[in-house]
Design a protein around this ligand. Sequence first.
Ligand SMILES: NC(=O)c1ccc[n+]([C@@H]2O[C@H](COP(=O)([O-])OP(=O)(O)OC[C@H]3O[C@@H](n4cnc5c(N)ncnc54)[C@H](OP(=O)(O)O)[C@@H]3O)[C@@H](O)[C@H]2O)c1
Length: 253
Amino acid sequence: MVTGASRGIGAATARLLAGQGYRLGLMSRCGCEELAAELDAWDFAGTLTNESDVEEFIAGAIAKFGRLDAVVVSTGRYASIIQNLDVAPARRPNTARLGFDPDFKPDIFAIPREAWHDALDLLVLGTVSVARFATPHLLESGGGAIVAVSGMEAAEPRLRYLLGPVRSALHGFARLYSDRYAAMGIRMNCVLPGMLANAVAESDLELLRSIPMARAGQPEEIAETIAFLVSPASSYITGQLLRADGGLNRGLS
Ligand SMILES: NC(=O)c1ccc[n+]([C@@H]2O[C@H](COP(=O)([O-])OP(=O)(O)OC[C@H]3O[C@@H](n4cnc5c(N)ncnc54)[C@H](OP(=O)(O)O)[C@@H]3O)[C@@H](O)[C@H]2O)c1
């Protein structure tokens, strides 16, 4: 199952997994009709912030395919989470890399309470709901893997990414989940993408220069990382945060 599958990382992952022989259930708010037709997948329109949508999505996919082996949660771009909120736009860093910028002092209390709630609801509780309804089916299959797509701003919080701490809560959940279900054969890991071409303009040379690889990543490269983490090739990896960011962040998590 892939959530957030209509575009970006989710769509790239769905294409890659379908090519590897997975039969897929796809979810996004608008649905993934075209992609589902292309991949002969099952498509469900619903939001991750509504638990009954998540339950219906998973039940429908099980009714169609009979078993569950892998779950990818790739929902909601950061910018779209904060776009309607009254949060002062982050000033561009003037340091060579996206590290700590001593001149950048936004007021963290400008983040309204609703913004924290919305981000927690989508990025953390949405993933918890998916795990809640997927787990019985993964257990029935004898095990499986969950990958949550997160972001680099959590492992190394910066004021520039105001809602980054919310990702840390997701990572905490992933670690608890992996503790609980590792012995039952279910692994859970997070992928932390850096800056991707679907979010950063190729013309933004200043930003791209801050990446050691000097280029934005492609959603397809993140899809490869996700496919590794749901595959038996990563059978001894669980509870981890895996950065796929062109070398941007290298500290301990
Ligand atoms: N792209 C990057 O540079 C980058 C970097 C770091 C981290 N990330 C993270 O990676 C994840 C995916 O990013 P992306 O670039 O692939 O984003 P994207 O291209 O904007 O795609 C987001 C997907 O999530 C779906 N979605 C949004 N809200 C939803 C909801 N409430 N319920 C169900 N589906 C929902 C969207 O479809 P609908 O609109 O139809 O719902 C779409 O399929 C996000 O968590 C993002 O923050 C991305």
